[in-house]
Design a protein around this ligand. Structure first.
Ligand code: ASP
Length: 340
C-alpha cells in the first residue's frame, strides 16, 4: 500500500472513530437531558440562589428588579450590591476586612447565558466591584482587569473612588496586628463571599460573585471569586455553580466548572456539589490548609433544581422562587457536628 493510500485509509478509519464518538456523545447528552426532565417537576422561573444569610437581602433586591422587568445582569448587580454596600457585612465590598497591610482589596465577576463574562481583581477604592465587572463584560474586549488597571477603568467609567475601610474593620485589623498570625476562622465573618445564581423567566442562566476575599491575606492576593471556572461558572445548556470558602482550594480544583460538568453528566445540583466538595477534601487530606479548610458550593440546573454542599457544617444559602418566597436552605456537609 502506498503511503498516500495508507494515509487515506487511516484518515477514513479516524473519521469513523470520531463520528462514532460524536454520535455516542450526543446520544449521551440526549439521554441526560431526557433523564433530567423526567425526574424534575417543572419549577416555576425565575429562581435566585445566593450564598450565606446576606443572600436574603441580595435575593430580595434582585427579585424586585426582575419583577420590574429589569435585565437579569442588572438584577444581579443590584442584588449583590446590597451586601457590597453594607458596612456590617465584613466579607464583601465596603466594610470588608482588609489585607495584612490594612488595604481593602476586592474581587468580583459576572457571567451571562452567552458565556460572556467580566471580572475585576485586586481592585481598591470602589464600593461596587460587581458593577465594574459588568462594565468589563459589556464595554471591553477582555474578561479580566486587575489592580491599578481595573481602578483606572472604573474611574474612566464614572465610578467614584472612596475609602472602604470602616472604623470597625480598621479596629479588627489593628487587633489582628497585635500578633499578626494568619489563622483563618471557618465560617465566621472573615471569608464569606456572596455568589448569586439566577435562572430567569426566559430560562437563561446568569451568575455573579463579589468579595473582599480572605481577611489578612497578603497584599496582592487574589482568590477564586473573580476567576471564571473557579468561583463561578455556568453553561446555559446545563446549569450554574458558584463557590465560597478558601479560594486557593477552589482554584486548585477548578471547582465551579467541575460542578457544572457533573450536572452535564446527569448529577443533580446537590450531588454535583457534594462530589466536588469530596474531591477537594480528599486532595487536601495531607495539605497544610486542611486544618481550616472550608469550601461550599451552590448550584442550579436548567430545570430550576438547586442545591449546595460544603466541607464543614454551617454553610447555608438563600433561595427565592415564586412558590416559597425568599428563605434560607441549609446545605449538608462532609464533616458533621457530633450532634448532627
Ligand atoms: N472565596 C473567597 C476567597 O477566597 C472567600 C470566601 O468565599 O469567603 O477570596
Amino acid at each position: 500500500m502506498t503511503n498516500r493510500r495508507k494515509f487515506i485509509k487511516k484518515a477514513a478509519l479516524g473519521s469513523v472513530a470520531i463520528s462514532s464518538l460524536y454520535t455516542h456523545a450526543s446520544n449521551t447528552n440526549e439521554d441526560v437531558s431526557t433523564k433530567n426532565l423526567l425526574k424534575t417537576n417543572v419549577i416555576k422561573k425565575p429562581i435566585i440562589i445566593s450564598t450565606w444569610r446576606h443572600g436574603l437581602a441580595a435575593n430580595e433586591e434582585a427579585w424586585q428588579q426582575l419583577k420590574n422587568k429589569k435585565p437579569t445582569l442588572d438584577a444581579i448587580v443590584s442584588g449583590v450590591g446590597i451586601p457590597e454596600g453594607d458596612p456590617e457585612v465584613r466579607s464583601v465590598g465596603y466594610g470588608g476586612l482588609p489585607d495584612r497591610e490594612g488595604k481593602v482589596t476586592l474581587d468580583a465577576c459576572i457571567m451571562d447565558y452567552n458565556s460572556d463574562c467580566g471580572s475585576v481583581s485586586f481592585l481598591q477604592g470602589i464600593k461596587h466591584p460587581i458593577a465594574v465587572a459588568k462594565k468589563v463584560l459589556e464595554e471591553t474586549p477582555h474578561v479580566m482587569l486587575t489592580g491599578k488597571g481595573a481602578l483606572q477603568f472604573a474611574l474612566e467609567k464614572g465610578f467614584e473612588e472612596e475609602n472602604l475601610l470602616t472604623e470597625k474593620s480598621e479596629k479588627r485589623w489593628k487587633k489582628w496586628l497585635e500578633d499578626s498570625k494568619y489563622k483563618p476562622v471557618i465560617n465566621i465573618e472573615n471569608h464569606d463571599t456572596i455568589s448569586m445564581l439566577v435562572l430567569d423567566e426566559e430560562g437563561n442562566l446568569y451568575g455573579g460573585c463579589t468579595t473582599s476575599g480572605a481577611a489578612w491575606k497578603m497584599h496582592g492576593r487574589v482568590g477564586d471569586s473573580p476567576i471564571i471556572g473557579a468561583g463561578l461558572f455556568l453553561d446555559n445548556e446545563v446549569g450554574a455553580a458558584a463557590a465560597t470558602g478558601l479560594g486557593e482550594a477552589v482554584i486548585r480544583t477548578a471547582g465551579s466548572a467541575m460542578v457544572v460538568e457533573l450536572m452535564r453528566q446527569g448529577k443533580s445540583p446537590t450531588e454535583a456539589c457534594k462530589e466536588i466538595v469530596e474531591r477537594i477534601y480528599k486532595k487536601h487530606l495531607n495539605h497544610k490548609d486542611m486544618a481550616y479548610l472550608q469550601v461550599g458550593f451552590i448550584a442550579v440546573n436548567k430545570q430550576g433544581e438547586h442545591g449546595g454542599y460544603s466541607i464543614r457544617p454551617g454553610f447555608n444559602y438563600a433561595v427565592y422562587d415564586e412558590e416559597k418566597g425568599n428563605r434560607m436552605e441549609k446545605a449538608a456537609s462532609k464533616i458533621v457536628r457530633k450532634k448532627d
